[in-house]
Design a protein around this ligand. Sequence first.
Ligand SMILES: [Zn+2]
Ligand SMILES: [Zn+2]
Length: 236
Amino acid sequence: MRVAVDLHNHSCLSPCGSDDLTPSLLAVEAMEQGIQILALTDHNSARNLVAFSQACEICSLLGLYGLEVTTIEEVHVLTVFPNLEDALAFGSFIEFLLPPISNDPKLFGNQLVCDVTGTVIDRVDRLLISGTSLSFCDVVEEALSRDALVIPAHIDRFANSVLANLGFLPDLPYTALEAIHLPVQADTHNLTILTGSDAHSLDQVGRRTCYLELEEISYEALKAGLRNPAQVRYRK
Ligand SMILES: [Zn+2]
Ligand SMILES: [Zn+2]
């Protein structure tokens, strides 16, 4: 079956994310767009994943629990977990590795933690868009050792991408790659290339959803499907 998959989205926890993009509204909007497998991947924090998991259940979506980790080289890497507890543990680990720089909401935006009703229950002080102290290879290996899907983000972007910041794609066992424009003009190691919406506001939800031929809507089927690069379809 053809399944609509979108593994790259932010919420109001990311300083660059719109304040009205609560985890629940992300799930509702994704459901309305027909997305069937949806990940929330805020910058270097997992704190909105609890509300997101409850919202996905209400919306009958397969929610996956992610972070977009910033490496010491300022490369963005998507790390996506099938279960909430593993993502929360990884989120605490990653937040601990951020430099002790406070967010200036006027400069960078708010970092809001919400419950499932959209009520703000906390604000994160530490700036979440800084680079962690982990290298690109360390992030990839650490997340793989925790059984996450590991997907270097927007590899064709001119900033915060593995190709722009490192100049090449190190030979590591990534789950897949994410790009914005296809085809990618680089050696992509025969890996599956996904597109993701990287939504920072409600109107961006679903803008780059992709479609995979899967046996069923499950994490296991997604993982198996990602091993076959030929079967991904992209939004026109
Ligand atoms: Zn990014
Ligand atoms: Zn992003």
